[in-house]
Design a protein around this ligand. Structure first.
Ligand SMILES: [Zn+2]
Ligand SMILES: [Zn+2]
Length: 265
């Protein structure tokens, strides 16, 4: 399987997961043009996509959905709450009902030969989800937009071979940065976003020898930068209660506006 970020950050998210037979997108929070360009770089034609999985209805995850799915007729999969949010989001234009497919948290389903496991995440949206995807004994997951994690989250992210994980902000930068106080509280809250430190601690709970790639994503433009996220997460792993040091983990940071390195497992 391949995992690749086409765009990742608070301004727009679109992640590719696929293999030789099945191609999926998680979120379409960037323009159709940018999605097309990203897929082209991956050697995938948009018409080959088996589905688009949506994590939640915030604009940075769905703003390209209307134009993109109408153009190519790609089926959309999301929880009942997220579908309601998508239908209510007025800038998407009309989405053909036959493209909208309701899925359930912790209820697995197949798209092509990839088994999808939607799991619940703590975020201020109607019914947000992360996704774990498995094929031929390999597992990858996308987990962004979570204000906190718990044993449930850790359980869903065990035995992965590749992971795209949120490292949204540096707590100190957020505290001293330009955001108005209510927004700071929202980002830091249980239904906000995962800090670099918490991202590193979550990783400590799920590290194992077959985890071949971790990509940090959904970085805040104002309250984080790639080197800081990378170094903070590395340090948390080194300091954490686990046998690993930061440099043992193949860690990278997803690029905000362009295609990142492909993780192949
Ligand atoms: Zn969100
Ligand atoms: Zn987001």
């Amino acid at each position: 399987m391949r995992l690749c970020s086409i765009a990742s950050g608070s301004s727009g998210n679109c992640i590719y997961v696929g293999n030789d037979h099945t191609h999926l997108l998680v979120d379409t929070g960037i323009s159709k043009k940018k999605i097309d360009e990203g897929l082209h770089m991956l050697g995938v034609d948009a018409t080959e996509l088996s589905g688009i999985l949506i994590t939640h209805e915030h604009s940075d995850h769905i703003q390209g959905l209307g134009v993109f799915s109408r153009k190519y007729g790609i089926p959309i999969y999301a929880t009942k709450g997220t579908l309601a949010g998508i239908r209510d989001y007025k800038y998407l234009g009309p989405l053909p009902e036959e493209l909208l497919h309701e899925i359930r948290i912790d209820s697995s389903f197949f798209l092509g030969d990839i088994e999808i496991h939607p799991f619940s995440i703590s975020h201020d949206a109607l019914e947000p989800s992360g996704y774990r995807m498995e094929c031929e004994g390999k597992a990858v997951a996308v987990a962004t937009d979570l204000g906190k994690y718990d044993d449930y989250t850790v359980e869903r992210l065990k035995n992965l071979n590749a992971l795209l994980l949120e490292a949204n902000h540096d707590v100190h930068m957020l505290e001293t940065g330009p955001y108005p106080y209510p927004l700071k509280r929202r980002v830091m809250g249980d239904k906000g976003h995962l800090s670099n430190e918490l991202s590193g601690r979550l990783l400590c709970d799920i590290l194992h020898d077959r985890l071949k790639g971790v990509m940090l994503g959904h970085l805040s433009r104002e309250n984080n930068y790639a080197e800081l996220a990378y170094e903070t997460v590395k340090l948390e792993i080194t300091l954490g209660d686990n046998p690993y040091k930061g440099e043992d983990i193949p860690l990278s940071v997803a690029k905000r506006d362009t295609v990142s390195d492909i993780i192949t497992v």
